[in-house]
Write a protein that binds this ligand. Sequence first.
Ligand code: FEO
Length: 174
Amino acid sequence: MKLSKKLHDALNAQINAEFWSAYLYLSMAVDADAKGLKGFANWFYIQFQEEQDHARILMNYVISRGSEVKLAPIDAVKTSWNSQLEAFKESLDHEREVTAMINNLCELAAADKDHATANMLQWFVDEQVEEEESFSGVVDSLELVGDNKMGIFMLDKEFAARTYTQAAPLAKGE
Ligand code: FEO
Protein backbone atom coordinates (compact mmCIF):
# COMPACT_ATOMS: atom_id res chain seq x y z
CA MET A 1 0.00 0.00 0.00
CA LYS A 2 1.39 3.39 -1.02
CA LEU A 3 1.27 6.40 1.28
CA SER A 4 -1.54 8.73 0.27
CA LYS A 5 -0.37 12.04 -1.20
CA LYS A 6 -1.75 13.96 1.75
CA LEU A 7 0.05 11.76 4.29
CA HIS A 8 3.24 11.70 2.21
CA ASP A 9 3.28 15.51 2.04
CA ALA A 10 2.57 15.80 5.77
CA LEU A 11 5.41 13.38 6.60
CA ASN A 12 7.80 15.41 4.47
CA ALA A 13 6.60 18.57 6.25
CA GLN A 14 7.25 16.85 9.58
CA ILE A 15 10.79 15.95 8.49
CA ASN A 16 11.36 19.62 7.74
CA ALA A 17 9.85 20.63 11.11
CA GLU A 18 12.20 18.23 12.93
CA PHE A 19 15.20 19.71 11.13
CA TRP A 20 13.94 23.20 11.95
CA SER A 21 13.71 22.12 15.61
CA ALA A 22 17.29 20.81 15.39
CA TYR A 23 18.42 24.13 13.93
CA LEU A 24 16.55 26.09 16.62
CA TYR A 25 18.22 24.13 19.43
CA LEU A 26 21.61 24.37 17.73
CA SER A 27 21.15 28.14 17.71
CA MET A 28 20.23 28.10 21.40
CA ALA A 29 23.30 25.93 22.12
CA VAL A 30 25.61 28.33 20.31
CA ASP A 31 24.04 31.32 22.09
CA ALA A 32 24.46 29.69 25.53
CA ASP A 33 28.00 28.62 24.66
CA ALA A 34 28.94 32.18 23.65
CA LYS A 35 27.61 33.42 27.00
CA GLY A 36 29.77 30.98 28.98
CA LEU A 37 26.87 28.71 29.93
CA LYS A 38 28.54 25.45 28.94
CA GLY A 39 26.00 23.22 30.69
CA PHE A 40 22.99 24.84 29.04
CA ALA A 41 24.89 24.67 25.75
CA ASN A 42 25.45 20.95 26.30
CA TRP A 43 21.73 20.45 26.98
CA PHE A 44 20.82 22.12 23.71
CA TYR A 45 23.57 20.41 21.68
CA ILE A 46 22.09 17.09 22.80
CA GLN A 47 18.60 18.28 21.90
CA PHE A 48 20.00 19.20 18.48
CA GLN A 49 21.14 15.59 18.07
CA GLU A 50 17.81 14.19 19.26
CA GLU A 51 15.88 16.27 16.74
CA GLN A 52 18.07 14.97 13.94
CA ASP A 53 17.20 11.45 15.14
CA HIS A 54 13.51 12.32 14.87
CA ALA A 55 13.96 13.46 11.29
CA ARG A 56 16.01 10.35 10.50
CA ILE A 57 13.31 8.01 11.83
CA LEU A 58 10.75 9.69 9.59
CA MET A 59 13.07 9.67 6.58
CA ASN A 60 13.81 5.96 7.07
CA TYR A 61 10.11 5.29 7.29
CA VAL A 62 9.18 7.23 4.13
CA ILE A 63 11.92 5.35 2.24
CA SER A 64 10.74 2.01 3.63
CA ARG A 65 7.29 2.77 2.17
CA GLY A 66 8.83 3.29 -1.26
CA SER A 67 8.12 7.02 -1.21
CA GLU A 68 10.39 9.96 -1.84
CA VAL A 69 11.95 12.05 0.93
CA LYS A 70 11.79 15.66 -0.20
CA LEU A 71 14.22 17.82 1.77
CA ALA A 72 12.95 21.39 1.73
CA PRO A 73 14.92 24.50 2.80
CA ILE A 74 15.14 25.04 6.55
CA ASP A 75 13.80 28.42 7.65
CA ALA A 76 16.04 30.81 9.56
CA VAL A 77 15.99 30.75 13.37
CA LYS A 78 16.57 33.38 16.04
CA THR A 79 20.19 33.67 17.10
CA SER A 80 20.02 35.30 20.52
CA TRP A 81 17.90 35.07 23.64
CA ASN A 82 17.80 37.47 26.60
CA SER A 83 17.82 34.66 29.14
CA GLN A 84 17.74 30.90 29.40
CA LEU A 85 14.20 31.21 30.72
CA GLU A 86 13.17 32.97 27.51
CA ALA A 87 14.87 30.28 25.40
CA PHE A 88 13.23 27.42 27.30
CA LYS A 89 9.79 29.04 27.29
CA GLU A 90 10.00 29.46 23.51
CA SER A 91 11.20 25.86 23.22
CA LEU A 92 8.25 24.61 25.24
CA ASP A 93 5.83 26.56 23.02
CA HIS A 94 7.54 25.10 19.98
CA GLU A 95 7.31 21.55 21.34
CA ARG A 96 3.58 22.04 21.90
CA GLU A 97 3.26 22.97 18.22
CA VAL A 98 5.22 19.85 17.25
CA THR A 99 2.84 17.76 19.38
CA ALA A 100 -0.08 19.26 17.47
CA MET A 101 1.62 18.38 14.17
CA ILE A 102 2.16 14.78 15.32
CA ASN A 103 -1.48 14.54 16.40
CA ASN A 104 -2.53 15.83 12.99
CA LEU A 105 -0.38 13.17 11.31
CA CYS A 106 -2.07 10.51 13.48
CA GLU A 107 -5.45 11.75 12.31
CA LEU A 108 -4.39 11.63 8.65
CA ALA A 109 -3.07 8.08 9.09
CA ALA A 110 -6.32 7.02 10.79
CA ALA A 111 -8.41 8.57 8.00
CA ASP A 112 -6.33 6.62 5.45
CA LYS A 113 -6.63 3.44 7.54
CA ASP A 114 -2.83 3.38 7.23
CA HIS A 115 -2.09 1.24 10.28
CA ALA A 116 1.64 0.99 9.62
CA THR A 117 2.03 4.77 9.70
CA ALA A 118 -0.21 5.03 12.76
CA ASN A 119 1.99 2.45 14.47
CA MET A 120 5.22 4.25 13.56
CA LEU A 121 3.77 7.53 14.82
CA GLN A 122 2.97 6.06 18.22
CA TRP A 123 6.64 6.41 19.19
CA PHE A 124 6.41 10.14 18.41
CA VAL A 125 3.21 10.51 20.46
CA ASP A 126 5.04 9.11 23.51
CA GLU A 127 8.20 11.08 22.72
CA GLN A 128 6.27 14.36 22.64
CA VAL A 129 4.95 13.70 26.15
CA GLU A 130 8.59 13.34 27.26
CA GLU A 131 9.68 16.40 25.28
CA GLU A 132 7.06 18.66 26.82
CA GLU A 133 7.77 17.25 30.28
CA SER A 134 11.50 17.81 29.97
CA PHE A 135 11.22 21.39 28.66
CA SER A 136 8.57 22.36 31.19
CA GLY A 137 10.70 20.89 33.99
CA VAL A 138 13.54 23.22 33.02
CA VAL A 139 11.15 26.19 32.76
CA ASP A 140 9.98 25.41 36.33
CA SER A 141 13.57 25.25 37.61
CA LEU A 142 14.49 28.51 35.88
CA GLU A 143 11.42 30.27 37.27
CA LEU A 144 12.38 29.03 40.72
CA VAL A 145 15.92 30.45 40.59
CA GLY A 146 14.90 33.68 38.82
CA ASP A 147 17.87 36.06 38.57
CA ASN A 148 19.86 34.27 41.25
CA LYS A 149 23.30 33.78 39.70
CA MET A 150 24.17 30.89 42.02
CA GLY A 151 20.97 29.13 40.95
CA ILE A 152 21.85 29.54 37.27
CA PHE A 153 25.38 28.32 38.01
CA MET A 154 24.03 25.19 39.75
CA LEU A 155 21.63 24.43 36.88
CA ASP A 156 24.47 24.93 34.39
CA LYS A 157 26.50 22.32 36.30
CA GLU A 158 23.54 19.93 36.31
CA PHE A 159 22.91 20.30 32.56
CA ALA A 160 26.56 19.66 31.79
CA ALA A 161 25.87 16.05 32.82
CA ARG A 162 23.15 15.43 30.22
CA THR A 163 24.18 12.71 27.77
CA TYR A 164 22.93 11.73 24.34
CA THR A 165 21.18 8.40 23.78
CA GLN A 166 20.22 7.39 20.29
CA ALA A 167 16.45 7.22 19.77
CA ALA A 168 15.16 3.68 20.26
CA PRO A 169 13.81 3.14 16.70
CA LEU A 170 17.24 3.99 15.24
CA ALA A 171 19.06 1.86 17.80
CA LYS A 172 16.81 -1.04 16.68
CA GLY A 173 17.68 -0.30 13.06
CA GLU A 174 14.22 0.93 12.08
FE1 FEO B 1 11.23 16.28 17.58
FE2 FEO B 1 11.45 17.99 20.11
O1 FEO B 1 10.42 17.01 19.00
